[in-house]
Every structure is written in C-alpha cells, then in structure tokens.
Write a protein that binds this ligand. Structure first.
Ligand code: DQA
Length: 142
C-alpha cells in the first residue's frame, strides 16, 4: 500500500475561523476527516501533518526520505517565500503534489509565484477540499 505524507502549512489549522469567505466554513478537523476518507477510498495510507513553522516542515520532509512514496503539500504562506521547503523536496526527491484551497493565480500579486511549483509534479489550485482528493489520486496513480 502506498504511503503518502500530507503536509499542511501555517494557519491552515485555523480553517473555518480563517477568512471563511475565501477558505470556506469547514474547519481543519473536517479537512483531515475528508483526507482520511479519500485515502481509504483510494486504498492508500496517509499520515497527516500540520505545522506553523518552516523549519519543522523542512525536518518532516527530510524524515520522509525512504518512508513515504508521495507528498501532498499545501505549504500555505511558505509557498511564496520558502526556498528551504523547495530545497528539502528536491533533496528527498519524493513525488510531490502541491495543493491550494484558493486559486493563488487570481489573488494578490505576491501569491502568484510558488517556489514549491518549481519541484512539484502537479499543482492543484482553487478547488477547495476537492483539490486534496485530486492530489491523492495523482500520487496514488504514479
Ligand atoms: C493557500 C494560499 C496561500 O497564498 C495562503 O498563504 C494560505 C493558503 C491556499 O490553500 O489557498 O495560507 O495555500
């Protein structure tokens, strides 16, 4: 069974509370339950990880080497700033799908560029929770 690491970056733990007009009314627990449900349907094993700290995310990506077959990541704000997360993904070279709840291409200019997209084999934007399902499907099919 494929093992997929799902990483959610900063402030995604505040889903529901956080700008619901953008990110929706469902909370983070609902997102986690949704991901677990999708994984069960697809027949893949998932580990869920969330951190508000860049270095902790880098440590988790490094520790994924030799353990996980795929990484599904919503780097949140670090998408647009983190060379360290990009470098960690390149270092472990684990197939990676990048997901964003919103469509970062149609928001503020500073959200248009993604460092993680320079490595990720697939990027899914603007599909809300369903984007996580699409990312898992992509990684499961590799
Ligand atoms: C986000 C988009 C980012 O620009 C933002 O900083 C987030 C969430 C999304 O899922 O749409 O925290 O990654």
């Amino acid at each position: 069974m494929k093992k997929i690491l799902v990483i959610n970056g900063p402030n995604l733990n505040l889903l529901g509370l956080r700008e619901p007009e953008l990110y929706g009314a469902r909370n983070f627990a609902a997102l986690q339950a949704y991901i677990i449900d999708c994984a069960a349907t697809l027949g893949v094993q998932v580990e869920l990880f969330q951190s508000n700290h860049e270095g902790v995310i880098v440590d988790k990506i490094q520790a994924a080497y030799g353990v996980f077959d795929g990484i599904l990541i919503n780097p949140a704000a670090y998408t647009h700033t983190s060379v360290a997360i990009l470098d960690a993904l390149k270092a472990v070279a684990i197939p990676t799908a990048e997901v964003h709840l919103t469509d970062i291409a149609t928001r503020e200019d500073f959200r248009k560029f993604s460092f993680v997209s320079l490595y990720a084999q697939k990027t899914i934007c603007g599909k809300g929770f369903d984007g996580y399902k699409e990312g898992l499907e992509f990684l499961a099919a590799l």
